[in-house]
Design a protein around this ligand. Structure first.
Ligand SMILES: NC(=O)c1ccc[n+]([C@@H]2O[C@H](COP(=O)([O-])OP(=O)(O)OC[C@H]3O[C@@H](n4cnc5c(N)ncnc54)[C@H](OP(=O)(O)O)[C@@H]3O)[C@@H](O)[C@H]2O)c1
Length: 213
């Protein structure tokens, strides 16, 4: 058993989710921020990769200005070699945090470091079972590029929400799905569009995986 998984990201019209050199860019409009914080408030946990923690230093909490009586979900970071800086926002005791490594485990206050997998990659299939056993039934995956690719590639998602901003970034900026990519079109991850919503100046597209009929 695994949690219900929603992948969410914000991209420019040319598919970029940050600036060249992975520098953080606020691609989301104010309306999209409100949507994302409501989505955060609806899940048990939010997951990101260490690349996002190092690039953006996100808090991964629910802001009261968007959701009154906000309840913070558990924050989860995929971080094989535990590179999360001690002063990172996710280490602050605003919410429970689980750092998933392949090397060490310990518990201190609201921080739990757990081991799941070997080498440079957390075993996300096993992790999903583990999280489900721990009561995480609804999970939001917020990025970045490498992590989203891995969840898509393993079919570990039930919904994909993409905010598309009316912006062009260009260059070598990361896209929604990085990783190794596919080698032939037959291997492409196929989706079914189920909603198109206007969101401020941009659009939100919502997809479900296309299961073979
Ligand atoms: N616009 C948006 O919606 C949005 C949202 C989030 C992030 N971003 C952007 O995304 C960029 C960061 O993306 P990124 O690709 O560099 O980093 P990332 O996807 O956040 O993190 C990738 C890292 O996670 C670790 N990891 C451990 N197990 C993994 C597994 N099974 N699968 C995948 N990763 C695993 C690996 O590092 P170790 O080997 O060290 O464990 C890997 O390099 C930043 O530029 C950020 O601004 C944009």
């Amino acid at each position: 058993m695994r949690p219900y998984i929603i992948i969410n990201c914000a991209m420019s019209l040319d598919g970029k989710i940050a600036l060249p050199n992975k520098k953080q860019a606020r691609i989301s409009s104010e309306e999209d921020m409100a949507r994302v914080h409501k989505l955060r408030a609806s899940v048990d946990a939010i997951l990101v990769g260490i690349g996002t923690v190092l690039a953006d230093n996100p808090k991964l909490t629910v802001k009261k200005e968007y959701v009154k009586k906000a309840r913070n979900p558990v924050r989860i970071v995929l971080d094989s070699h535990f590179r999360t800086p001690e002063n990172a926002e996710v280490m602050k005791p605003n919410a429970r945090t689980i750092i998933v490594t392949t090397s060490k485990e310990y518990k201190k206050g609201l921080l739990e470091v757990i081991k799941c997998g070997e080498g440079d990659k957390v075993d996300i299939v096993k992790l999903m079972e583990l999280l489900h056993e721990r009561g995480i039934k609804r999970l939001l995956v917020e990025g970045g590029s490498t992590v989203i690719w891995e969840f898509l590639r393993h079919g570990l998602f039930d919904e994909l929400h993409v905010y598309i901003a009316p912006l062009i970034i260009g260059g070598d900026a990361p896209t929604m799905a990085g990783g190794e990519g596919i080698k032939a079109l037959e291997e492409a991850i196929k989706l079914q569009l189920y909603a198109i919503e206007r969101c401020g100046d941009g659009l939100v597209l919502k997809f479900i995986p296309l299961r073979s009929r």
